[in-house]
Design a protein around this ligand. Structure first.
Ligand code: NAD
Length: 443
């Protein structure tokens, strides 16, 4: 995480971890300027409409349960005092403890954390996990900080949050720019207040109670839903051309798994842009050459492309697996993939969604497609509570069972009600959360 650890060859363009390239808009400027939370709620409304949910219950279900905001001043290793903002939004707990990742990124703000927290409520419900939704983050770029600064910042954040998180309250996990090491610091800091409690976070190192298969779980789940969707569309995965945006925890594993089942990964990208090879990239070779997580090694692929070009490639399957709002009103019509599988959270704005649907694209929505990560997080939590370890085979089998059942449940509702997959996924999730809320009673 320090500057020294950057591997940049002399004369090479600067390689960054975060932030979009200036020439490639990632924000949906021409969309109706919806904030991320408004955009998620627009999707929510469609699902609620399909289920005939009353207006008062809609308001109750949309509104976050609790929002925690803390200021985090930090004397950095370079001597400078910098003040960061930390957020944890707990959206809903009617179906169980709240669950969701922790993101370290300069663009983290309250509205986006709210959006991501509410997506977690719908995601855990659509796959039937006994959880609600939450999300957190700090508006920092960990790649501009010394690793020790990131540790101190994490510990300070946990100290301020420790009353609000816990194995039966709210269970964080890794997200953009956070990893198993960050989770280990959280376990250690939380232990100072509550004793050793591994179930307070998931995505931990195995030695601290992490689950086998957690690091690859989101990609594995994406493979399962892609197989299901491709089969429904009559599209053989063998030889299917795939473009994956983002080469971090989600994108790299998705590319690996899809390559293993015979798909041809023709393009991948990171925050600096992408690489293309029409014959298919050697994904395992590229992964083996990665020196910094999330960054494609220099020299990979035959041809450099931009992130904007990657999204518009003539491929069968597109997997946006980086940040939100990358498909928007100005570029959605350029998408040529028949199948879009959302690895990232909210990669498609509502207007882009309409454009894609009108163009006959099949979009497997984030709350279904990328739910493999939270599903194996659930397995990790269960193992922690039981003090028992599952085998890799058991994790994989249970993950496939849950993902397949969720995919089938969503497609069945979509067919019955003649809805798109996103609306059906929201509708299914909303009906489950609404029922739990009704049964528990709103007092
Ligand atoms: P990560 O930090 O491991 O990787 C992010 C990747 O995106 C990196 O390759 C980075 O270079 C790239 N990137 C950053 N900015 C970019 C830009 N402007 N354009 C193109 N690429 C860019 O993060 P991750 O855990 O892989 O998460 C990626 C997405 O998947 C996020 O939306 C996250 O919320 C979502 N998600 C993650 C998980 C999980 O288990 N980690 C689960 C579900 C959803």
């Amino acid at each position: 995480m320090t500057d020294e650890r950057r591997t940049q060859s002399p004369g090479a363009p600067e390689r960054k971890h975060t932030g979009g390239a200036a020439t490639e808009p990632t924000a949906a400027e021409s969309d109706r300027r919806l904030t991320p939370f408004q955009a998620v709620n627009q999707q929510f409304e469609r699902g609620a409409e399909l289920m005939g949910l009353s207006e008062d219950l809609r308001i109750a279900l949309k509104t976050p349960y609790r929002e925690v905001m803390v200021e985090l001043p930090l004397r950095c290793e370079d001597g400078e005092i910098r003040t960061f903002s930390g957020y944890r939004v707990q959206h809903d707990n009617s179906r169980g403890p709240m669950k969701g990742g922790l993101r370290y990124h300069p663009e983290v703000d309250l509205d986006e954390v709210r959006a991501l927290a509410s997506l977690m409520t719908w995601k855990t419900a659509v796959v039937g996990l006994p959880y609600g939704g939450a999300k957190g983050g700090i508006n920092c770029d960990p790649h501009d900080l010394h690793e020790h600064d990131v540790e101190v910042l994490t510990r300070r954040f946990v100290a301020r949050l420790s009353r609000f998180i816990g194995p039966h309250e709210d269970i964080p996990a890794p997200d953009v720019n956070t990893n198993a090491q960050v989770m280990a610091w959280i376990v250690d800091e939380y232990a100072k207040y509550h004793g050793f409690t591994p179930a307070v976070v998931t995505g931990k190192p195995i030695q601290l109670g992490g689950s086998v298969g957690r690091d690859s779980a989101t990609g594995r789940g994406l493979q399962f839903v892609t197989e299901r969707a491709a089969a429904t569309m009559g599209m053989p995965l063998e030889g299917a051309r795939v473009a994956v945006q983002g080469f971090g925890k989600v994108g790299s594993w998705t590319a690996r798994y899809l390559a293993r089942v015979g798909a041809r990964i023709v393009a991948i990208s990171d925050a600096n842009g992408g690489v293309f090879d029409g014959d298919g990239l050697d994904i395992e070779g590229i992964v083996a050459a990665v020196t910094e997580p999330g960054l494609i090694p220099v020299g990979a692929g035959k041809e450099r492309i931009t992130n904007a070009e990657l999204l518009a490639l003539d491929v069968d399957i597109l997997v946006p697996a980086a940040l939100g709002n990358v498909l928007h009103a100005r570029n959605a019509a350029q998408v040529r993939a028949r199948l879009v599988v959302e690895g990232a959270n909210h990669p498609t704005t509502p207007e882009a969604d309409e454009i894609l649907l009108a163009a006959g694209r099949t979009v497997v929505p984030d709350i279904l497609a990328n739910a493999g990560g939270v599903t194996v997080s659930y397995f990790e939590w269960v193992q922690n509570l039981q003090r028992f370890h599952w085998s890799a085979q058991r994790v994989d089998e249970e993950l496939r069972r849950i993902m397949d059942a969720a995919y089938d449940g969503v497609t069945e509702l979509a067919t019955q009600r003649q809805a798109d997959l996103r609306t059906a996924a929201f509708a299914l999730a909303i009906s489950r959360v609404a029922e739990a809320t009704r049964l528990r009673g709103v007092s």
